[in-house]
Design a protein around this ligand. Structure first.
Ligand SMILES: [Mn+2]
Length: 257
């Protein structure tokens, strides 16, 4: 057997388990030209940039496995239609990287996202840290800046941090002109930030709890309009009562909406 370090990031098998089953049993596809899917899901099993409890690299495959019982359900309550009646989805597997070279993940992820987006697909990556969001929205370099709809306990706009720090991504994205702050919102925030000098509008957890889901959606529509948008959902945007496995746990969040 060839030692993993002798293989490139592209050819090395995933150390965290190859795709055992696909998301909700949809078809697997690795080439955008060979699928007519509208939406592509993929996993990013990288948690080396995580400052808290790691292990989320196991998440993408866990998501796939947790959808196994949905395969035979067809119509899923409370909807009266099946997913495949409305949307064609494919599963592109996991974005791979050499475990000793985090840089390879960063480059591979941007290449992966660009490849599918250029083919006109919508991408839904499950990433193990929000570091990945920065590269996922990097296609804005070619297609113009995006509105940001960001659910999180943190603003991820910190200026200090190491190169792949997961708390700095929307500072760097803004600096590089990848997002339009005038059309962007950060929702569910419940950690400190400079309220008098912050680049994005914030609907903090207190605001969301006071006003409810309908008001949040109304504010998103008013702010984002028809601008192309990037949606980032950090799982710690939810209360840890619903997602206790997250690396950083902050109570008093809004309930799932
Ligand atoms: Mn967070």
């Amino acid at each position: 057997m060839t030692h993993p370090q002798a293989m490139s990031a592209q050819t090395m098998p995933s150390l965290y388990g190859d795709v055992i089953s696909t998301f909700m049993g949809v078809a697997q596809a690795t080439d955008p030209k060979q699928t007519d899917a509208d939406v592509v899901v993929s996993g990013v099993p990288f948690d080396l940039a995580c400052s808290g409890r790691a292990g989320t690299r196991m998440g993408p495959n866990a998501i796939r496995q947790s959808t196994a019982n949905l395969i035979w359900e067809g119509k899923r309550w409370p909807w009266d239609f099946a997913l495949e009646d409305r949307l064609k989805v494919c599963d592109a597997g996991n974005v791979n990287y050499a475990y000793g070279e985090p840089e390879s993940l960063v480059d591979n992820l941007e290449t992966h996202a660009n490849r599918w987006l250029k083919a006109g697909k919508r991408c839904l990556p499950w990433a193990a840290t929000t570091t990945s969001a920065y590269r996922c929205c990097a296609h804005a370099r070619e297609h113009g800046p995006l509105a940001l709809i960001h659910f999180d306990a943190h603003t991820d706009t910190y200026e200090q941090g190491t190169r792949f720090d997961h708390g700095t991504i929307f500072h760097h994205a803004l600096k590089e002109g990848l997002v339009v702050p005038e059309h962007s919102l950060q929702i569910g925030i419940r950690t400190s930030y400079d309220r008098h000098n912050h680049p994005y509008e914030v609907l903090d957890a207190d605001w969301v709890n006071d006003h409810g889901a309908a008001a949040v959606l109304e504010r998103i529509r008013a702010k984002v309009g028809h601008h192309p948008a990037y949606i980032s959902l950090d799982i710690d945007g939810l209360d840890p009562a619903y997602a206790p496995g997250t690396a950083l746990r902050y109570a008093a969040a809004c309930p799932p909406i």
